[in-house]
Write a protein that binds this ligand. Structure first.
Ligand code: SP5
Ligand code: ZN
Length: 345
């Protein structure tokens, strides 16, 4: 399968994220994608290409214009704020909550950063916008290849995307690459698109983007939000709204879940996708379900990822894979490429 690789991913490199009152080194590091790239090359999985360039207006198919404007200018504004900021990543520290105004965009940069985000774990750096935008081009190029008749294509990029919503960043994500790929498939003539999100974390960004739509089916397997990030979305009773009612399937699983139960839930998600009549599939491919992942709680092993690829292939749909989480750096390449290889066998 062809891979569209984001050569600019390294321009996004956060130093630290807020965790329990401390700034701890970022888990979402450039070496993650370098490992996947090396594994793809070593196992000769197919061509690795740079993405096409697109008009930035296409990002508005998924994201709000004021949010995109914010992201475009954020680093320069941050640097202009204080001497020394060029040496520090930007992190939000204040947010609107229930009953506060979110319809007025504040002039203060810290306030605007909070308006457009939901956690303090997602540093914005000098090259974040360039890296995220190039990642969007990878997702759109992969969708384009599938629309052109390819069985599958892979967008290998970071920062990841599934936590980013219409007008917010968080969870290491800025631009929702999977949502863009799904919309591109729709715009290319696929009437019903399914997204299956196999990252350890619920894809709150993707779910909120398509919650009221019947043409986008979102299914996610993830750590139960009662105990796991992103906490405030991802419960089983979230099934969609309006025309989208019945087009959202959350399968939360407890910490400690191993492959048999996880694989059963994937089967359930794929049956629901078949029932929906989807004509194409987008896979939010996180491998933070691995037993060795430093921030997650499932117990999948390396060989399980081959079985996941086989199960995804059994859906029989043209498929766009989009790289998401996975923080056990030394195994992230093997696990990710196992999914792709399992799919091709
Ligand atoms: C794309 C993706 O996988 N985003 C995940 C964002 C998770 N952010 C919260 C991480 C909390 C870190 N916990 C550290 C535990 C150390 N033992
Ligand atoms: Zn994740």
């Amino acid at each position: 399968m062809i891979t569209f690789y984001n050569e600019r991913h390294g321009q996004h490199h956060g130093k630290a994220e807020m965790f329990r009152g401390e700034l701890v080194p970022c888990f979402e590091v450039p070496s993650r994608v370098e490992r996947v790239l090396a594994e793809l090359r070593g196992r000769r999985l197919g061509a690795i290409e740079a993405p096409q360039a697109f008009d930035e207006a296409v990002l508005e198919r998924v994201h709000a214009r004021p949010y995109l404007q914010f992201l475009r200018g954020a680093w320069e504004e941050w640097v202009a704020l204080n001497a020394g900021n060029a040496q520090r990543d930007a992190l939000p520290s204040v947010w609107p909550v229930r009953g506060h105004r979110s319809d007025v965009v504040p002039q203060n940069f810290a306030a605007r950063m909070g308006l457009f985000s939901y956690d303090a774990g997602t540093p914005l750096t000098a090259g974040t916008w360039d890296a995220a935008r190039e990642g969007a081009w990878c997702a759109l190029s992969a969708a384009g290849r599938v629309l052109g008749g390819a069985r599958a294509a892979f967008a290998l990029t970071r920062p990841p995307g599934h936590h980013a919503g219409h007008d917010f960043f968080g969870g290491y994500c800025f631009i929702n690459n999977a949502a863009l790929a799904a919309q591109a498939l729709r715009d290319g003539g696929v009437e019903r698109v399914a997204i299956v999100d196999i990252d350890y974390h619920h894809g709150n960004g993707t779910q909120t983007l398509y919650y009221d739509r019947a043409d986008m089916f979102y299914a996610s397997l993830h750590g139960d939000p009662l105990t796991e990030y992103p906490f405030f979305l991802g419960h089983a009773d979230e099934t969609g709204v309006g025309e989208g009612l019945g087009c959202n399937l959350n399968l939360p699983l407890p910490r400690g879940t191993g492959f048999p139960a996880w694989h059963g839930a994937l089967g359930q998600a794929l049956r629901a996708i078949a029932d929906h009549g989807a004509g194409a599939l987008v896979v939010s491919l996180g491998v933070d379900t691995f037993e060795g992942d430093p921030i997650s709680g499932f117990r999948l092993r390396q060989d399980d990822y081959l079985r996941i690829g086989e199960a995804l292939a059994s859906a029989g749909l043209p498929t766009v894979f989009v790289f998401e989480g996975g923080y056990a750096v030394s195994e992230v390449g093997i696990n990710t490429v196992n999914v792709l290889e399992g799919f091709e066998q």
